[in-house]
Design a protein around this ligand. Structure first.
Ligand SMILES: Cc1cc2nc3c(=O)[nH]c(=O)nc-3n(C[C@H](O)[C@H](O)[C@H](O)COP(=O)(O)OP(=O)(O)OC[C@H]3O[C@@H](n4cnc5c(N)ncnc54)[C@H](O)[C@@H]3O)c2cc1C
Length: 442
């Protein structure tokens, strides 16, 4: 950093951690550049509602440049970060190379499959807006195909939906899917026998929502079962094939739809950079969120491995937000010649929604089930969603769902009817990344 140059702070990832860091940094002291391979921020806590045809993808996304308009001395670069040259202080992307004085890594997490054969290839993941939309299209396509399917075995596979993982995402998605199927879809497809349709939730442990108090777990289990979800506890997945899930106890579930919500790991970028990572690929940071070998580099959010009272912090938005804020303030302290301060997580509780009028909430010192927890969940998510328009649209969709038992977003879109991507939309799990691109574009 030269004497006449303002410090350059580069933030990789415009999720909760990165965005909150950008909003916090005192830009009278530094210039900031935020890099993301999407030009929008995704509000991941509502992603499962995109898959369950409840919300449009756009309603849970917001343009990064629009957010940065309010942040002086800030810039955005749309690029995929491929590497970092720590000695030259350069971020290497698929396009430009970006110099930095201080760096915040906030690239989040990806699904982790615990080495289960076939899981990555055949199961749907729920981590990005594309994945959420592809899953919605797939579910709706299954019903369209089932209507005309003469082969009873194939029909059964089309109408069996398996969710792996009884954590918050698995519970929320299974509940929303059951409400979609046994509500609007049952009315849409009068010729189908909905007694044949199954939503199965597999959990390896002996209960759902293991991070919640016992009372809330019991409530969730009873409520979800009451909604028609077939919950199988102690069910360990051994293998996933294109049209079947094999459990370790030898049983087989024939299905064309497996949704994997069972495991999460830090974004593989950290390992590629040679940073010290935990077993689940999260970067082991100092109490100040700095990387031990590079004191001008901070890691926040899902990508950071941070222990408190001997336990790693959960991969949730409040952790990312609080860490992004502390990392930003620590950089300003460093610029001013002061020591960075340690991070301390303020746990304000967790909430999970199960379905209509049903939620669970663990708040400091108290826990709630039922209508109150559900309303609390709705309010917190609506308030935290970025964008006034998004809030209004989400509220309209939720109201329509609540009062009219209707889901507004039952589109198979992009339809792919006559396009090259037909196979991606109406078949089993599409391939991703390079292989997909080659297939689509020749
Ligand atoms: C389906 C689902 C439901 C959830 N529900 C809840 C909930 O109810 N409550 C809760 O608190 N938390 C929930 N979470 C977890 C929460 O969303 C995460 O903990 C939070 O998003 C982590 O923030 P982050 O900033 O670390 O990463 P993210 O928000 O994931 O942001 C990472 C950003 O980095 C970008 N990026 C990644 N790699 C690169 C690269 N190589 N180059 C450029 N950009 C890159 C991505 O595009 C993204 O914008 C949920 C997560 C999911 C997936």
């Amino acid at each position: 950093m030269t004497a006449n140059k303002r410090p350059q702070v580069v933030i990789v990832g415009a999720g909760f951690g990165g965005l909150w860091a950008a909003r916090t940094i005192d830009t009278s002291r530094a210039d900031i550049t935020i890099i993301d391979h999407n030009n929008y921020h995704t509000f991941l806590p509502l992603l499962y509602q995109v898959s369950a045809a409840e919300l449009e993808p756009e309603e849970i996304a917001y343009p990064i440049r629009a957010i940065l308009r309010k942040v002086r001395h800030s810039d955005f670069i749309l690029a995929d970060v491929k590497g970092i040259d720590f000695s030259k202080r350069l971020v290497e992307t698929d396009g430009v190379k970006i110099p930095y004085d201080y760096l915040i890594l906030a690239t989040g997490s990806t699904s982790f499959y615990f080495g289960v054969p076939g899981a990555e290839e055949n199961a749907f993941s729920l981590k990005t807006l594309e994945e959420g939309t592809i899953l919605r299209n797939h579910i709706l396509c299954n019903f369209e195909q089932a209507v005309h399917e003469a082969d009873s075995g194939r029909k059964e596979r089309l109408l069996t939906f398996v969710v792996v993982g009884g954590g918050a995402t698995g519970v929320e998605f299974a509940g929303a899917l059951a409400e979609l199927i046994y509500g609007p879809l049952e009315r849409d497809y009068p010729t189908l026998d909905f007694g044949q349709v199954r939503v199965i939730l597999l959990e390896a442990a002996d209960n759902l929502l293991m991070h919640m108090p016992e009372k809330l777990r019991r409530y969730s289990l009873e409520r979800l079962s009451g909604m028609g979800v077939d919950i199988r506890l102690g069910a360990v997945v051994g293998k996933i094939e294109k049209s079947a899930v094999h459990l370790k106890d030898g049983s087989i579930i024939e299905t064309d739809t497996v949704v994997w919500t069972a495991g999460v790991r830090g974004d593989p970028l950290a390992e590629r950079l040679g940073l010290p990572v935990s077993r689940n690929g999260r970067v082991k940071v100092m109490p100040t969120l700095q990387v031990p070998e590079h004191r001008n580099v901070y890691v926040v959010g899902d990508l950071a491995y941070f222990e408190e009272d001997g336990e790693q912090l959960p991969l949730v938005a409040p952790v990312a937000i609080q860490q992004g804020t502390v990392a930003a303030n620590n950089i300003v302290r460093q610029i001013g010649g002061r020591e960075p301060e340690p991070f301390e997580y303020k746990d304000r509780g967790t909430m999970v929604t199960i379905g209509r009028n049903a939620g669970v909430a663990r708040l400091p010192g108290r826990s709630y089930t039922g209508l109150f927890a559900w309303i609390l969940w709705l309010a917190v998510h609506l308030l935290n969603l970025i964008g006034f328009r998004n809030r209004i649209l989400v509220m309209i969709n939720w109201s329509q769902d609540y009062f009219l038992f209707e889901r507004a977003v039952r589109f198979i879109f992009p339809s792919g009817a006559y396009s090259k991507i037909k196979a991606l939309q109406c078949a089993s799990k599409p391939e991703t990344g390079e292989r997909k691109e080659k297939k689509e574009f020749g």
